[in-house]
Design a protein around this ligand. Sequence first.
Ligand code: FES
Length: 167
Amino acid sequence: MNVATEKVSSELLELVPEEKLALDRILAENRDRPGATMVVLTLTQEQVGYVSPAAQRYISQELDVPLSHIYGVLTFYSFFRTSPIGRHKVSICMGTACYVRGGPTLVEKYQQVLGVKLDETTEDNRFTLEVCRCVGACSQAPVVMIDDDIIGRVPLQDVAKTLRGYE
Ligand code: FES
């Protein structure tokens, strides 16, 4: 492991103060309940907005459950996030109409333009990229939603343009 990797790894495993406060409160109130792991993870998601790698490790230690179990729960249920959500959500429709009219290619292009993979947030915290189901605008396929705005028939060359104005 090189120095840069070590630095990133240790930052990922450090709780920010507000996160620790919230986790300590959630753990104090729920650690003895049946199914405490699921309760604590759900409340962390609700109150913090995501369950960071540092929070996963902390919860694992505090509840004395293996980290692999925590990870298994987080990956099984799609409502859990492990990174913060950006200020704007970019959702690419992967319903049938959008899928056959270029949804997957659009996903690739947005990933390339934003420099993130699906379910990740850009470094500046501006955008989170995800896919969604049919949003009811099939005649305009392929469709992208940015926050509540529906943008239809997005040509690949205009992907960067669709992101303008969302600061
Ligand atoms: S399938 Fe994409 S809007 Fe319906």
